[in-house]
Design a protein around this ligand. Sequence first.
Ligand SMILES: [Zn+2]
Length: 350
Amino acid sequence: MSTDLMSRESSASVSLVAPEVLRHVVDVHCHPTDSEISPNTMDKLPITICAMATRMEDQRLVRDLATAYPSKVMPCFGYHPWFTHWIALKPVHSKEEHYRGIFANSEQNAEEFSRLLPLLPDPIPLEDVISDLRRNLQKFPNAMLGEVGLDRISRVPYDYFAAPRELTPFVIPFEHQLAVLEAQMELAVKLGRHISMHSVKAQKATCDLLQQMQRKYGEQWNRVSLDLHSCGFSPQMWKDVEGRHVNVFLSLSTAINSRSPNHRALLAACSPSRILAESDFHQIDQCAQRAWDMVVTIAEVKGWQVETTWEEDLDENHWGVVRHLEENWKTFQKGNHATAPKKSRGRKGV
Ligand SMILES: [Zn+2]
């Protein structure tokens, strides 16, 4: 059977894929705690997932999920850029003073501001956020930092959980997001924890930050791995990052990336040893299918076979896509990357 034919069939339904193959698939970025999770779906989950936290309330949910399903769930703790306005960098006297300080245009949009203010939580001091993170990371030796990052286009909604989500005219200042991100990354580097990072319309700032981390922490920085999740970089920018940083990986999701034709070009440009797959989904019963769709896309772009059975001790020339991605994930988790970028593993083709 040609790879193409096999790919189309496999992508039709993950339920047709052998469980022994799926056992080696890792969804490196998803948000299962944002939806209802039934024990039944967790028992049936055929893959491993990295469950992201994003804000104060869901750190506990991720902790509970990873405690209940330690073999299937790798917990990731962190504060997402969309919720960083809830975090105070300095002591504040009142909730209103804090949010007026964050939203520079609160005076000009007085009506919207007074509608939003009662819906916002009391600000949490950054040092509380960091000590909560430290506690969670130390409780789980395999836990990662995530989801953290930078976002230049998101606007604050009135109610994040409302559907449809109604947006305010307010944005979170970039400098504020950066300060929260840097504090979290500093902790991750100190504890030697890997990072799942969101970067939207912030390519240059992300590259600058990576360079700064490398300069500041040197060898210590190379101990940790960083995944640019649902990466929207241009292929050229990614090549540049990959060449400069031995510890940075790229994961793509059909949820975000397949909206843009860029993702295939990005996969084609990416070294075969730096790619990971993710769903970025919040319904746990969809994660396996969504992650698998991306696995199949990667196979198509890289010209790799899609495994139908699992064989141990395969020669690298015969690795299929699942084996490639599993090896990449092992390298990611191991961390301690050599300073000079490794030559590609000498594979032919892409
Ligand atoms: Zn995410």
